[in-house]
Design a protein around this ligand. Structure first.
Ligand code: FAD
Ligand code: DLZ
Ligand code: SF4
Length: 507
């Protein structure tokens, strides 16, 4: 009896558990469907990237001898649903069973679970840690801190280990990794890829079918197959990895990439495996090509943060994206959709996101995320924005980063304190403030940097919760020692700013 093997858009890996199960006579099902392309209004580059990568992966599977039933978005028979396509292909091929690799989102897991055909969902073992591994680690712990999980993963994989000890004697070299960057015309960005015929067809399709989604479709120069993704990886290791560590928190307005790898779209879609990426970075360190603080800092992002975020998402369950522990309920302001703003840091981070569907971690955390948290924006709206605008965004990784790390909406499961800062942090780590209409040194008055006003306003609004937190309780001493008039001015100027923003004024 024929069986169907489902391969989703972010499962483009030869080593996928469902593909490993395939035998002669089975049919691989892949489908471009409106349900997936519109559950949020994805950035057009994200849709184009995935559709082009899916078409090329289907060709690659055919070259390897698989039979592939591929549905294009504009096929007249397309039911525009993953479930619908499985049922259609099942009746076409007289199949009675589907083999799938567990999707990275509760929504799709549910769809597969309740389909009127047997669907076997195999574990997604492209990750280092299984659900059980994470549960075993979390069992009995009062706090689920990433750092402890990461150390366990280092021990388990032997990555950057010397016997039982971490390479160099320390687990973490972040104290060497907080340098601001200078403009450097010789710093190479990631490789760019001229769209080939398949990609050009997809670009035309996306242009026609998603004309109103936020973001620039063209120019499009991302890789869309494994060969291209491997080239990006090699280029990163040869050119950027060594300086990744020191400058990983820096932001420059004329350099969106700095020393970052831009590998997340490829890893998340399955074109690269996290194991091969970490192995190659560890090898570059072992061969003396890159410094330890860079290799360790990079491996921590993948072996630590990436795995940990997935563990949290699946452990917390489907309601995680509705959490709102701080009770924030303001609407996301139009500046997140490219409306004019006088705040240069936001204008730069959002503008870059609109052009590239990319922003690096500190821009996401300390500019767009920080502002949304300080301004009291509804975390669900913030979550949907991040899921829409980035090329690498899938709920399993986006939600814990946004709901947990960035918005503290889970009440402190991911972060032990909220990631908030005044303008001072942005000024220290970037050149944005030099080009801003506001003055980062002004704490009050019409030129005062809004982050300075909102920072105190946020802390005071949530005093009851945070003054008990040993990691930030000291800050309340500074507030209490401030002149009473100044405190009053900060609060009323913050309220005025939020009212003007809510009324749609350019702020
Ligand atoms: P690099 O800086 O070169 O880092 C190397 C790799 O480490 C990345 O490719 C990625 O695979 C991994 N990584 C780094 N940080 C994290 C992290 N916090 N969680 C998971 N993996 C990490 N990452 C996503 O892949 N998808 C998302 O939707 C996403 N949303 C985010 C939302 C917010 C609010 C924040 C603060 C972070 C988010 N991240 C997300 C994490 C991180 O910002 C991106 O992985 C990173 O910017 C991707 O760019 P890069 O490949 O150049 O990363
Ligand atoms: C993100 C996405 C998009 C835009 N389109 C498709 C699609 O048409 N077909 C498909 O199989 N997958 C797509 N995806 C990826 C899925 O949404 C992804 O598998 C789930 O969100 C789980 O991570
Ligand atoms: Fe952003 Fe304030 Fe700096 Fe302007 S002054 S760029 S608003 S941090």
């Amino acid at each position: 009896m024929t069986r169907l093997i489902l391969v989703l858009g972010d499962q483009l890996s030869d080593d996928l558990s469902a593909l490993r199960e395939a035998k002669d006579g089975d049919v691989v099902v892949m489908a471009e469907v409106m349900d997936e392309a519109s559950y949020v209004r994805h950035h057009p580059k994200k849709i184009a990237f995935l559709f082009a990568a899916m078409r090329k992966f289907a060709d690659h599977l055919r070259d390897k001898g698989f039979t592939v039933a591929y549905t294009r978005l504009d096929d007249p028979e397309n039911s525009q649903k993953i479930g619908g396509e499985l049922l259609r292909r099942a009746s076409e091929h007289d199949a009675s069973e589907v083999i799938a690799t567990e999707p990275g989102e509760w929504r799709l897991i549910d769809i597969l679970t309740y389909l009127p055909i047997t669907v076997r969902q195999l574990p997604d073992d492209r990750f280092y840690a299984s659900h059980k591994d994470f549960q075993d680690w979390a069992e009995g712990r009062k706090e689920l801190r990433m750092e402890w999980f990461y150390r366990e993963m280092r021990r388990r994989t032997g990555l950057l280990m010397e016997g039982d000890e971490p390479a160099g004697g320390q687990w973490n070299y972040d104290h060497d990794n907080r340098k601001p960057a200078e403009a450097d015309l010789f710093r190479e960005g990631p490789p760019r890829f001229e769209p080939d015929r398949i990609t050009r067809d997809v670009l035309d399709l996306v242009e026609q079918r998603f004309p109103d989604n936020f973001g620039d479709l063209r120019p499009f120069d991302y890789a869309t197959d494994r060969q291209g993704a491997l080239k990006v990886l090699r280029h990163f290791i040869d050119n950027s990895l060594d300086e990744f560590g020191p400058y990983q928190d820096a932001m420059l307005q004329d350099d969106p990439h700095l020393h970052h790898s831009i590998l997340s779209p490829y890893i998340n879609a399955g074109l690269l495996s996290p194991r091969e990426v970490c192995d190659r970075v560890a090898k570059a360190y072992a061969e003396g090509k890159v410094r330890l603080n860079s290799a360790e800092g990079f491996i921590r992002q993948i072996l630590g943060w990436r795995e940990y975020m997935r563990g949290i998402y699946f452990m917390q369950g489907p309601d995680y994206t509705d959490r709102n522990e701080l009770g924030h309920d303001c609407d996301l302001p139009p500046l997140y959709w490219g409306a004019e703003t006088r705040m240069n840091c936001l204008s730069q981070a959002v503008g870059q996101t609109q052009r590239l569907a990319y922003a690096h971690h500190i821009q996401r955390l300390m500019v767009t995320g920080n502002f949304a948290l300080l301004a009291g924006i509804d975390p669900h709206q913030v979550h949907e924005w991040y899921l829409e605008v980035y090329l690498d965004a899938y709920e399993w990784v986006e939600a814990p980063n946004v709901i947990g790390m960035s918005q503290f909406a889970d009440g402190g499961i991911v972060g032990s304190k909220p990631y908030v800062s005044s303008g001072n942090y942005i000024s220290k780590m970037s050149d944005y403030c030099k080009h801003c209409a506001y003055k980062v040194t002004a704490k009050t008055g019409k030129d005062a940097c809004p982050f300075n006003l909102l920072y105190w306003d946020f802390l005071v609004r949530h005093r009851e919760r945070f003054q008990k937190n040993p990691r930030i309780s000291r800050i309340y001493g500074t507030w209490d020692r401030m002149d009473a008039d100044k405190r009053k001015t900060i609060r009323s100027e913050a309220a005025d700013f939020l009212t003007r923003m809510d009324a749609g004024e350019t702020v």
